[in-house]
Ligand binder design. Structure first.
Ligand SMILES: C[S@@+](CC[C@H](N)C(=O)[O-])C[C@H]1O[C@@H](n2cnc3c(N)ncnc32)[C@H](O)[C@@H]1O
Length: 297
């Protein structure tokens, strides 16, 4: 925006009204909150504190940043890429366009992993994550279970760079080993039978659906979303080879599409997993599949 186009905005309240109008009219109303989110990020305050400052004047620097960030949002850049951060499990993870923006459903996957480890009383769990992206799953598990060791794989070197920065941000570098690999390709025989858990939020959208996703979702890496013709292109080999790397009491936890429960259950059965469970997300959609190496005792 050139200086002559800059709107006359002096206070937090005026900035909000301007921002809401930029996003609110042509878009869905949930986007309006994004003007709030951006302003809170600039002012480094919580959303609940925004309205206490409605009369406060913005500095010239904050105004320029706000106009610039809002312009990017209007051009359909996701807010998380604009601020460079996304909250996951209560922590602000670094994100950029080389990684998927962490989703709330994935917090449920982490919850399932933590519940399992605590229920089984595994003191120093060994976890393998396939497709770590920003590292949000691996780093959260390492943070929540300081005695855990996590091997986190991704096929994207750019994503692994972001994940390493997140491991450093949350001081979990010593618990997480990042590995550049296509699925299990670079895992040597020393890892066979080693893991208490394999966890993954793989790309699971079918290519056909991928092409119908909103433009802003398609700003995220295709590699993180497109799971091939039926969306199961990565899940199949991931499940097929999982048993080789799991310990005899190991467990596999997978995020999947809301309509993939039957197919994923079948893939787990075909690969001789036991105690298969499908877990729903907050919207009551089938979202997580769980399979164990052991049958019921
Ligand atoms: C849906 S994203 C998940 C990212 C992150 N774990 C999360 O939950 O937000 C899937 C990740 O799998 C990675 N990926 C895709 N194909 C892969 C493969 N063949 N081997 C390893 N990683 C792969 C992508 O680069 C991407 O980072």
């Amino acid at each position: 925006m050139s200086p002559t186009e800059a709107p006359v905005v002096e206070t937090v309240g005026e900035a909000l009204v301007w921002g809401e109008n930029q996003l609110g009219l042509p878009h869905h109303s949930s986007y309006v909150n994004e003007a709030h989110e951006i302003l809170c990020w600039i002012l480094k305050i919580k959303p609940t504190d925004l309205f206490l400052r409605i009369q406060n004047r913005l500095t010239a620097r904050d105004k320029i940043r706000f106009f610039d960030m809002m312009n990017r949002r209007v051009r359909q850049e996701p807010v998380a890429y604009i601020t460079g951060e996304k909250n996951f499990f209560g922590r602000d993870f670094i994100v950029d366009p080389s990684v998927l923006i962490p989703r709330p459903e994935t917090e449920l996957l982490v919850d399932q992993a933590l519940t399992h480890v605590r229920k089984r009383g595994i003191e120093a769990p060994r976890v393998l994550e396939i497709g770590t992206g920003s590292g949000c799953i691996a780093v959260t598990l390492a943070h929540e279970m300081p005695r855990a060791h996590i091997v986190a794989i991704d096929i994207s070197e750019e994503a692994l760079r972001v994940a390493s920065r997140n491991a450093a941000r949350f001081k979990t570098e010593s618990n997480v080993t990042f590995l550049h690999s296509d699925l299990y390709g670079k895992l040597g025989p020393e890892w066979e039978g080693d893991f208490d858990m394999i966890i993954s939020n793989p790309p699971y959208v079918s290519t056909e659906v991928y092409h119908t996703l909103e433009a802003e979702v398609r700003r995220e890496p295709r590699l993180a979303l497109d799971g091939g013709p039926d969306g199961l292109g990565l899940i199949r080999p991931l499940v097929q080879h999982a048993k080789r790397y799991l310990s005899p009491s190991g467990i596999l936890l997978l995020e999947m599409g809301y309509d993939q429960a039957l197919s994923v259950r079948r893939i787990l059965e075909e690969n001789h997993f036991f105690q298969i469970e499908i877990i729903k997300d907050y919207a009551q959609h089938d979202r997580i599949a769980k399979g164990e190496m052991n049958g019921p005792v």
